[in-house]
Design a binder for this molecule. Structure first.
Ligand code: UD1
Ligand code: CA
Length: 456
């Protein structure tokens, strides 16, 4: 295999986005448009990825500082040919080059592989039959079907404007030809630009063969120029993700009402109801059920757990067979073991909850360690912040926190301790005792017996 260089053209301003953000940094599936193109390039295992940037300069570069990219500045945008000329010093003599456009996020890896494979001795162009070809470069073929030229819309005759086969801008060729042709480009055309597309007639004049591969997948060659294009591509991207999940056996109540802005990995027999948004990396185990209107970000949810409607989860791990929500909010640093129950209007932040514990109603639990089989009553607040510093609350195994209690951290509630409802606890509560603090003083009753369920 000969070496592969990939040039991504991304210097355009994107005026029609009406935004101060460079066009290629607008996002599809929460990833910059250019990021999708870079991912496609990387999937082709190239020796070099060159991005030609211009508008937005450093902002674009900085957004991809983790990537191994050769950045080339095109200070003035004098056309696609001029853009590629800027990359010439970085092209390897014996390599091929694939040219991609930085504003085509759904570019398809397999079609690119095919173009590259065919470009060993020729120029190969990705074309598309467009119902309304206005604005595009037309593929001009001779009667026997040979590609003769690409004529830009503004330079085309009326007859040429009737051609529906258009240039997508994606092409591949050997570098030895590309370098030669680029040095011969002129800007004698309607737009006064150096057109990359003029290399087609230069190839034909030299007797180098040119072929155009017609793709049927319009979205894979569609560039984004406006917010309207962006929202359409977003839907296409989302429907592809939904289809993949369905193919893997995930049940979606409505494939058109799911948004995955990152990576969603699902086990077997997962069900997802409508209007859920998944962000970052989310892993759902077998038999996990997500009810309607949940937002779940960077989370691992183990087998059999059910998330009820309107739950918000961020940077949290949840063990097996737990019940979360409706209307629960799990904030970063939270870890829930198996069989935990977190109910409505409960907020957990940096809380570690062990097996079988329950916080079912209207509570704030922050910077807290909860042991096994603890019951936290309605309206319990861990007061973790004194206005300057944060402190931890520890609730040991088997403790019972009565409703409407405040636990003022740092504080520890001992094993099997009971806190009476309405208490404000400021000192450690001993194990096995009832602690109550409703009036001015806090007292503990050692040897207190919990009520026993009355048999009916
Ligand atoms: C170009 C093609 C046209 C094709 C169309 C597909 C040329 C002359 N024309 O049209 O045949 O049908 O794409 O969308 O190549 N860019 C730069 N620097 C420049 C100019 C453009 O980096 O100086 C980049 C843009 O950021 C964009 C890409 O090149 O990613 C295409 O530019 P754009 O202006 O959208 O395409 P056209 O020139 O209209
Ligand atoms: Ca243009």
């Amino acid at each position: 295999m000969s070496q592969l260089n990939i040039i991504i053209l991304a210097a355009g301003k994107g005026t029609r986005m009406h935004s101060s953000l460079p066009k290629v940094l607008h996002e599809v599936g929460a990833k910059p448009i250019l990021g999708h193109v870079i991912d496609c390039a990387k999937a082709l295992s190239p020796d070099k990825v060159i991005v030609v940037y211009g508008f937005g300069g450093e902002i674009v570069k900085n957004a991809f500082s983790q990537e191994n990219i050769t950045w080339v500045n095109q200070a003035e945008q004098l056309g696609t040919g001029h853009a590629v000329q800027q990359a010439v010093p970085y092209l390897e003599d014996n390599a091929k080059t694939l040219i991609l456009l930085g504003d085509v996020p759904l570019v398809d890896v397999e079609s690119c592989k095919n173009l590259v494979a065919q470009s060993t001795h020729q120029l190969v162009i990705q074309s598309f039959n467009k119902a309304d070809p206005t604005g595009y470069g037309r593929i001009v073929r001779s009667p026997d079907g040979q590609v003769n030229a690409i004529v830009e819309h503004k330079d085309a005759t009326d007859a040429q404007r009737n051609i529906l086969e258009v240039n997508t801008g994606i092409m591949a060729m050997p570098n030895k030809y590309l370098k030669k042709w680029l040095s011969r480009l002129t800007n004698n055309n309607a737009q006064g630009e150096y057109y990359l597309t003029d290399i087609v007639s230069l190839a034909v004049a030299e007797g180098v063969s040119v072929s155009a591969e017609i793709t049927k997948d319009e979205w894979s060659v569609t560039g984004i120029n406006s917010k309207s294009d962006l929202v359409q591509i977003e839907r296409v991207h989302q429907s592809k993700i939904a289809q993949n999940l369905l193919n893997l056996g995930v049940t979606l109540k409505d494939a058109s009402r799911l948004d995955v802005r990152g990576n969603l990995t699902c086990g077997r027999d997962v069900e997802i109801d409508v209007n859920c948004v998944f962000e970052g990396n989310v892993i759902l185990g077998d038999f996990v059920k997500i009810a309607a209107n949940c937002v779940i970000k960077n989370a691992v949810i183990a087998d059999g757990t059910k998330i009820a409607a309107f739950t918000h989860i961020d940077d949290t791990e949840i063990g097996q067979n737990s019940r979360i929500g409706p209307f629960a909010r799990l904030r970063p640093g939270t870890t829930l073991a198996a069989d935990t129950h977190i109910g409505n209007f409960v907020e957990l932040k940096n809380a570690q909850v062990d097996i079988g514990s329950k916080v079912n109603h209207l509570s704030y639990i922050g910077d807290t360690t909860i042991g096994k089989h603890v019951n936290v009553g309605a309206g319990t607040i861990t007061c973790n912040y004194d206005g300057a510093n944060k402190f931890r609350t520890v609730i040991e195994d088997g403790a019972f926190i009565g409703s409407d209690s405040q636990l003022v951290a740092p504080v520890t509630i001992g094993k099997n301790a009971t806190i009476a409802a309405g208490s404000t606890i400021t000192k450690d509560a001993p194990a096995d005792a009832l602690t109550l603090c409703r009036a001015r003083e806090q007292k503990s009753i050692v040897g207190w017996q919990r009520p026993v369920k009355i048999k009916k």
